[in-house]
Write a protein that binds this ligand. Structure first.
Ligand SMILES: O=C(O)CCC(=O)C(=O)O
Ligand SMILES: [Fe+2]
Length: 211
């Protein structure tokens, strides 16, 4: 890692408006109004224009585990450059450690069942996804729109559910202070009941991203 987890959390905590979930179980933060409306609108248009069925690691045979669609957001697009710069300034994480930005779109009835963003050590797909760049460290996720009903993100081991809200950032450390994975970061992108839900996700790795 390019910076210690402690220094990242401290930097995040120092940002105006940043709220840390009051728990010793995980480093998890929320920042309302992070992404301006015009940028949310641009990112939604990019996701709508170019999406594919979402995939999962360690497939458990449940075809309904992650029913959303995913969009790979090309780094050269101006809206993508803009949000990437904002994220780098916020976290101070080295962009070289970041995976390419992704968008996720959930139509009514779609969800992403409880999962972790880190790849499970010893899991079937661990080598495939972690050999080059290491495991995931931090997740940054931004809700791009308000959702008419449903679509919350539930962290059941932290007893906390976040409602989608245009521009709101959630970010958390997928690791424990000692470097192991933090199972308490398990989360569920709950079913959208009415409307469509759009988010962007930015994941960081233990080593520079090598595709
Ligand atoms: O859509 C959500 O609320 C969660 C998305 C998520 O967990 C993911 O993309 O890894
Ligand atoms: Fe996730």
């Amino acid at each position: 890692m390019n910076a210690t987890s402690e220094s990242i959390a401290a930097r995040l905590a120092a940002q105006g408006g940043m709220q840390r979930l009051p728990t010793p179980k995980a480093e998890l933060f929320q920042l309302r109004g992070f992404c301006p409306d015009d940028l949310c609108t641009e990112l939604i248009a990019l996701i709508d224009a170019d999406r594919r069925p979402s995939t999962i690691a360690d497939d458990n045979g449940d075809a309904y585990f992650r029913t959303s669609e995913t969009c790979d957001l090309a780094a050269h697009l101006s809206a993508v450059e803009r949000i990437e710069t904002m994220l780098t300034q916020l976290s101070s994480l080295d962009p070289a450690y970041g995976e390419p930005l992704q968008g996720q779109r959930y139509a009514e009835g779609q969800e992403f069942k409880p999962h972790t963003d880190y790849f499970t050590p010893g899991g079937r797909d661990f080598q495939k996804f972690c050999t080059l760049s290491g495991n995931r460290t931090w997740t940054f996720m931004i809700y791009l729109n308000d959702v008419a009903a449903g679509g919350a993100t539930r962290f059941r081991m932290l007893d906390k559910t976040f409602q989608p809200e245009a521009g709101k950032l959630l970010c958390w450390n997928n690791r424990l202070p000692g470097g192991g994975v933090n199972a308490a970061t398990l989360h569920h992108g709950m079913k959208v009941r009415k409307g469509v839900k759009y988010v962007i996700t930015k994941w960081y790795r233990e080593k520079p991203w090598r595709g």
